[in-house]
Design a protein around this ligand. Structure first.
Ligand code: ZN
Ligand code: FE
Length: 263
């Protein structure tokens, strides 16, 4: 399954499989036809999707500097020139940017408002793009399906603060994360939150989806809040399981992240 589509009254969201387990996304505002691409792991599958739909790219948004999110950009731009948006903080190590963004900035895709949030932790300078009218957020390797990105550059308290900001998004927000890691994330999640019925159900749904070769990304914020251990540091049952009833939320998060690194 090279791509999957979610359509609302106002927007079309396309998830495109790239490389071994990466995702890129296209977001189209139907009224104007304006299209944004989020991350460029590889040019070929994105070019094929644009050709199949007859879409022209208006904007390219980069979430963070890692190669597996930007390495297809040069080859894509040769056929699909469009302005490139990314974090001002990462200007020195991202491909050349046309629009440099910081936390709290906003811009528009057609008439659709896009909010930029600094979600440092996986890297310093990782940003997320939130489109409330499209009920979609592009979180790449910050908030992931049943997980969060490894802390290559940031501290546990930075990532916990980033995740806490994202946790304010509404339940029906589509969380568009960067990788198909969900089945492996589930095997870890159940070790720290074994009695959570929503997590048990999600594990069954993940197995069913993966057996059919279906994507488990995007997921919804409501499902993440109910099942993602990295959003559940406050949860009494999770705290009891890892015997950290009296610790701070940040300490619990740090321990869960540490356990995942060892898993
Ligand atoms: Zn990354
Ligand atoms: Fe990545």
């Amino acid at each position: 399954m090279p791509s999957a589509t979610i359509e609302t009254k106002t927007h079309i969201l396309v998830t495109i499989a790239c490389l071994a387990d990466n995702y890129a996304f296209l977001l189209q505002e139907k009224a104007s036809g304006a299209v944004a691409l989020i991350d460029v792991p590889d040019d070929a599958p994105i070019k094929a999707e644009l050709a199949a739909r007859g879409w022209t790219l208006d904007q390219i948004w980069l979430t963070h500097h890692h190669d597996d999110h930007v390495q297809g950009l040069k080859a894509l731009l040769a056929d699909h020139p469009a302005p490139v948006y990314g974090a001002a903080k990462d200007n020195h190590r991202l491909p050349p940017l046309d629009v440099a963004l910081g936390d709290g900035d906003s811009f528009t895709l057609g008439e659709t408002q896009i909010e930029v949030m600094d979600v440092s932790g996986h890297t310093i300078g990782h940003i997320a793009f939130y489109a409330p009218a499209a009920k979609a957020a592009f979180t790449a390797d910050s908030l992931m399906a049943l997980g969060c990105g490894r802390l290559f550059e940031g501290t546990p308290s930075q990532m916990h603060a980033s995740l806490s900001k994202m946790a304010d998004w509404p339940d029906d927000t589509q969380i568009c994360s960067g990788h198909e890691y969900t089945a492996a994330n589930a095997r870890f999640a159940i070790t720290v939150d074994p009695d959570n019925p929503a997590l048990q159900q999600r594990m069954r749904d993940i197995d069913t989806a993966r057996a059919k070769g279906a994507f488990t990304v995007p997921s919804t914020m409501g499902l993440e809040r109910a099942t993602n251990p990295f959003l559940r540091a406050h949860d009494p049952a999770l705290r009891a399981t890892i015997q950290m009833q009296d610790a701070s939320d940040t300490e619990v998060f740090a321990e869960v992240r540490h356990r995942k690194d060892q898993f």
